[in-house]
Design a protein around this ligand. Structure first.
Ligand code: GUN
Length: 281
């Protein structure tokens, strides 16, 4: 029998604590905590994410400042906006929603955000500090995965962890967090030979591939902990993860559902990072 890793429940509990700490910060410092959310263009998925981020801010008492630039905005327009937010003392965190339109150099835009306001944890400084095991703002999705594991008392130390996917946003920081927590970590990707065999060795398997139901029953060891970071649509347009949940679940000790697993944690960790950014000043 498997245990469902309920990200929605963990998220609600954590948001309650964040809300209390935001309130304390405001009382002690006599000012608000501010998060700037920048969106360029009209990507419909991004619009939903941005709306949910703003809603989460309201829920925990963080003041959100949203900026919507048109698809036609120039590199200069976007950079000028970000630089004004960097200078603004009312803004503790800056989030530039990705992807940016193709004509915008995203690396250059993100490069303008100083590490202390980089609540996505994407900057070279925060990524480097994560690698060194130093205190930093950690990328929200992998950070959320660690919180879920912690909440359910899943031991990571000494376990074989396999991360499938090597993106800068999820796979790489995920591997680093597991390594920092004393797991033995393997990172697999599209060029990995014998992916099935690698996955079969995993005590903890994290799927961050971006392909619906990619992780099948044969790839999962009996008793494994399976964490699904995927957010896809199946052939019927239904939301599904990277794991074939119905076929895999009975082999697992713990498994995250999609939706209601890792997803809700991402935005919660953004709130957590914004609070931390304010507290560290
Ligand atoms: N687009 C998809 N996921 C993310 C995220 O975590 N942060 C930002 N800024 N953009 C995204």
């Amino acid at each position: 029998m498997y245990t469902l890793l309920d990200g929605k429940a963990v998220s609600a509990k954590l948001r309650g604590k964040i809300k209390e700490n935001v309130e304390k910060y405001k009382n002690n410092n006599g000012k608000d905590i501010g998060l700037a959310v920048v969106m360029v263009g009209e990507n419909p998925a991004s619009a939903i994410y941005v709306r949910n981020k703003i809603k989460a801010c309201e829920e925990v008492g963080i003041k959100s400042f949203s900026y919507y630039l048109s698809e036609k905005a120039s590199q200069n327009d976007v950079e000028r906006l970000v630089l004004s937010l960097v200078e603004d003392n009312a803004i503790n965190g800056i989030l530039v929603q990705l992807p940016l339109p193709e004509h915008i150099n995203a690396e250059k835009v993100l490069g303008l955000i100083p590490a202390k306001k980089d609540v996505d944890g994407f900057s070279a400084e925060n990524t480097g500090k994560l690698c060194l095991g130093e205190e930093c703002l950690v990328a929200c999705t992998p950070h959320g995965v660690m919180k879920i594991l912690e909440e359910y008392g899943v031991e990571v130390k000494g376990k074989r962890a396999v991360v499938v996917g090597r993106s800068n946003i999820v796979g790489k920081p995920m591997a680093m967090l597991l390594l920092n927590a004393d797991a033995t970590v393997t990172v697999c990707h599209s060029k990995t030979k014998n992916l099935q065999e690698e996955c079969q060795n995993a005590d903890i398997l994290v799927a961050a591939i971006g392909k619906p139901k990619f992780i099948t029953c044969e790839m999962v060891k009996d008793g494994a902990v399976v964490v699904d970071v995927g957010m896809n649509r199946d052939e019927n347009g239904k939301l599904c993860g990277d794991v074939d949940f119905d076929k895999v679940k009975d082999k697992c000790s713990y498994i995250t559902p999609v939706p209601g697993g890792v997803g809700p944690m991402t935005i919660t960790m953004l709130m957590f990072n914004t609070l931390q950014a304010a507290q560290r000043g």
